[in-house]
Design a protein around this ligand. Structure first.
Ligand SMILES: *Cc1c(COP(=O)(O)O)cnc(C)c1O
Length: 367
């Protein structure tokens, strides 16, 4: 059996109604900003439960523009989690600020116990990353941020509809950034991103920043960016957004199915599953003994498992200028050596899951 990681061919196989919508859209010529974007933004704000949603060019843009709108700039420090996708650190770097890492805990998010030690007089914002679909411990993080008067911009790119005590990721801080990249839980046909906020002034600034700082055709109020969400992608997003709840439920159900059947296997350890947290499993990650052996074995049996990520950011050549040295983030290092991700998406079948589980069991039983 082959168990693929990407489901994109399945997801968009039967979409005649979307083609009809796109045909009608193309005839309007409303390709930048325009009505379909406003409609998508309204639906997205309703989905997350914020006053405002602002469509931007990518998840990276959502973070970059939010930091900029919060007043972060050249020479400032932004505290973020050590294990994340490069885009988090990239967004901070793009506005001239410096990413400062905090080690993770076994939920793959920032270990909030270690946050306060990294705050300096140069710290201008905190960017928790809700990695893999877990939420960072936001009640405690917000208390620390509040005590130090620091704005919080949430990287919620992997955590759409993830929540703590029913409060969604992206709604805790001043703003939250989401990605609509094809591999994310709510996905369009290329790059796209959305910022959510309840703050009136942030909303105004972000709408300017994403569109060259233009307040009208002829007036530039601030220096901005070309960072609009393509209106065509907004049409795709509006078509899909109603399915986000179901997609999320399916991922959660698939993860629970794995948890039940993988947890008795002696070589596997399931990460903590806090009862008050809704983890949305953008990635399904477990800890594995002899991870490299298991990875190779699963691959040889046709299972496209992955590692998110094998080389922590702070050890990457491109980030050497930050001055970190091997061993600075021991938990992230331990994760890099022991984590493995299995497909958990809404298109995965029970047969495929059973095959993954049987293969893992066979590996630890001696192949
Ligand atoms: C995907 C992702 C981003 C960036 O999203 P893009 O849309 O690819 O720019 C940022 N942070 C995290 C954690 C992500 O997974």
């Amino acid at each position: 059996m082959r168990v693929r990681y990407s489901y994109l061919q399945q997801q968009f196989a039967d979409i005649d109604d979307l083609w009809d919508k796109l045909r009608r859209f193309v005839k309007t010529g409303d390709f930048t900003i325009g009505k379909p974007l406003a409609e998508f933004e309204k639906r997205f704000a309703e989905l997350i439960g914020t006053k405002h949603a602002i469509g931007v060019g990518s998840g990276t843009d959502s973070l970059k523009l939010s930091l900029k709108a919060a007043g972060v700039g050249h020479g400032d420090e932004v505290i973020t989690a050590a294990n994340t996708f490069i885009a988090t650190a990239g967004a901070i770097n793009e506005i001239g600020a410096r990413p400062v890492f905090v080690d993770c805990d076994d939920t793959f998010c920032m270990d909030v116990d270690r946050l306060e030690d990294t705050i300096t007089e140069n710290t201008k914002a905190i960017m928790p990353v809700h990695f893999t679909g877990y939420l960072t411990d936001m009640p405690r993080l917000m208390a620390i941020a509040g005590k130090h008067g620091l704005p919080v911009i949430e990287d919620a790119c992997q955590a759409i509809l993830g929540a703590i005590d029913g409060k969604n990721g992206g709604t805790w801080g001043l703003a939250g950034g989401f990605s609509l990249h094809p591999l994310k839980n709510l996905n369009v046909w290329g790059d796209g991103g959305v910022i959510v906020t309840n703050d009136e002034s942030m909303d105004g600034k972000l709408r300017l920043l994403r569109n060259h700082g233009l307040s009208s055709r002829d007036e530039i109020v601030v220096m901005g960016y070309n960072a609009r969400l393509d209106t065509l992608q907004a049409v795709v997003g509006t078509w899909l957004i109603g399915q986000t709840g179901k997609i999320t439920e399916k991922r959660i159900a698939n993860a629970a199915y794995y948890d039940d059947r993988l947890s008795p296997i002696s070589g596997i350890r399931i990460p903590p599953r806090p009862a008050n947290m809704r983890c949305v499993y953008h990635l399904y990650v477990v800890f594995a003994e002899d991870r490299d052996g298991l990875y190779g074995y699963c691959r040889s049996k046709g299972i496209e498992c992955k590692i998110h990520y094998p080389i922590p950011l702070y050890r990457q050549q491109g980030l050497r200028f930050l001055g970190y040295k091997p061993g600075d983030f021991p938990v992230t290092d331990r994760h890099a050596a022991s984590i493995i991700s299995f497909p958990t998406d809404q298109h995965l079948s029970r047969d495929e899951q059973d095959y993954v589980i049987e293969t893992v069991r066979a590996f630890y039983a001696g192949g």
